[in-house]
Design a protein around this ligand. Structure first.
Ligand code: ATP
Length: 370
């Protein structure tokens, strides 16, 4: 896509009530999104949630059933794909096998008869640190290098918005992590608006300034990675961004800036700014790494949240940390991560108390499925 006008900087991208229907199936459901110019934005969600369809509508490869798409303040909803100031890098970045790396990158510019096509292509290759391989053919490159050629080929057109559809999906884990950092640095250098589609929560959180979590054609929550992780607003977001322990309970007291919640006889305190629920049913959430495991003969500090009567049913050593699975009667299974810094060992079958700081809990609407 995208031989549209070249841009010196990114443009903002606004989706207004965008929908896409395939027959009876509503793949994207009145989606609203505002993506600021120059940001690295991630659309994150499980397979089939409508991420790619959304991206394809921005690229102009799919016509929306309803709604508007604005790029840099201009309505492009009916603009043809090749006239939009947008480029897309796909997972299967088809490079021309018979052209050199440099020729691949310069191809689009030359076709448009841009005067200094080759110089611009060289600059783009410098940016992705591939100048030294510019004479090679794609088949002589590693997967990560080919991916960077595809990126250079997209960047060289200076699209106002660069769309990335799982561009790292074909790479092995180690290379993928390395490319995430490189891609983030390249975005910071070029200052274009990047919209990155992924189902990998770690990838989205590592790279993006802002993440929109999609579920069933809608955005469930949008925000900075840390905000989404620390203050998820739905059980879907809490579970999709890492592991969460979610415990249904009932609000018993208003403590001013906190509420107290009864979870199977355990009194847990949740800051009010971490929940919209002030009465009735509430789900108390806490991340596994926030929990401390105490030998059941130790009392948790009175200011901590504590759950007693837990039994360790699984211990997995992962290198940096150990992951424990504990079973609590009436509550079920909870996960705990502990960094391997020494200290008292916790063994399979141990009776333990789980404790954490009240400010590390969040509250969710009690009507959801957990
Ligand atoms: P993935 O990560 O698996 O690519 P996704 O979130 O990108 O998933 P989409 O590709 O946007 O999901 O698809 C959203 C839904 O729309 C899916 O249920 C898919 O089967 C359906 N869909 C996509 N394209 C078409 C099409 N051309 N015709 C019919 N249904 C489609």
């Amino acid at each position: 896509t995208g031989d549209g006008p070249a841009s010196d900087s990114g443009a903002d991208l606004v989706l207004q009530s965008i929908s896409k229907r395939f027959g009876d199936y509503l793949a994207v459901d009145e989606l609203d999104l505002t993506i600021p110019a120059g940001s690295f934005f991630a659309l994150l969600g499980p397979s089939g949630c409508g991420k790619t369809t959304t991206l394809r509508m921005v690229a102009g490869l799919e016509q929306p059933t309803g709604g508007r798409i604005m790029i840099g303040g201009k309505d492009v909803t009916s603009t043809k794909a090749f006239q939009r100031p947008v480029n897309t890098v796909f997972q299967n970045y088809a490079l021309f096998p018979h052209l050199s790396v440099l020729e691949n990158v310069a191809f689009g510019l030359k076709r448009r008869k841009v005067r200094d096509a080759e110089a611009q292509a060289k600059d783009a290759l410098t940016l992705v640190e591939l100048s030294h391989l510019s004479a090679r053919r794609p088949a002589q490159l590693s997967g990560g290098q080919q991916q960077r050629v595809a990126l250079a080929r997209a960047i060289v057109n200076r699209p106002a918005v660069l769309l990335l559809d799982e561009p790292l999906g074909a790479l092995d884990m180690k290379l993928r992590r390395q490319m995430q950092v490189e891609l983030k640095n390249i975005q910071a250098d070029v200052g274009l608006t990047f919209v990155h589609v992924t189902h990998d929560q770690e990838e989205a959180m590592t790279m993006a300034d802002c993440v929109a979590v999609m579920n069933a054609g809608k955005v469930e929550q949008m925000g900075a990675p840390a905000e989404l992780y620390e203050l998820p607003k739905t059980t879907f977001v809490a579970n999709f961004l890492g592991k969460s322990n979610l415990m249904p309970g009932a609000v018993t007291e208003d403590l001013g800036s906190d509420i107290a919640v009864n979870v199977q006889g355990n009194r847990l305190v949740v800051p009010k700014n971490r929940t919209t629920q002030q009465t009735g049913e509430v789900i108390v959430g806490v991340r596994p790494e926030k929990i401390v495991v105490l030998d059941s003969s130790h009392e948790a500090s009175p200011r901590s949240n504590a759950i007693t009567g837990a039994k360790v049913i699984d211990v997995s050593f992962t290198g940096v940390s150990t992951e424990y699975l504990v079973e609590v009667p009436g509550i079920g299974r909870l996960g705990v991560f502990r960094q391997n810094l020494g200290g008292a060992e916790v063994r399979l079958g141990d009776q333990v108390t789980l404790a954490w700081q009240p400010e590390h809990s969040f509250g969710l609407d009690g009507e959801q499925d957990t």
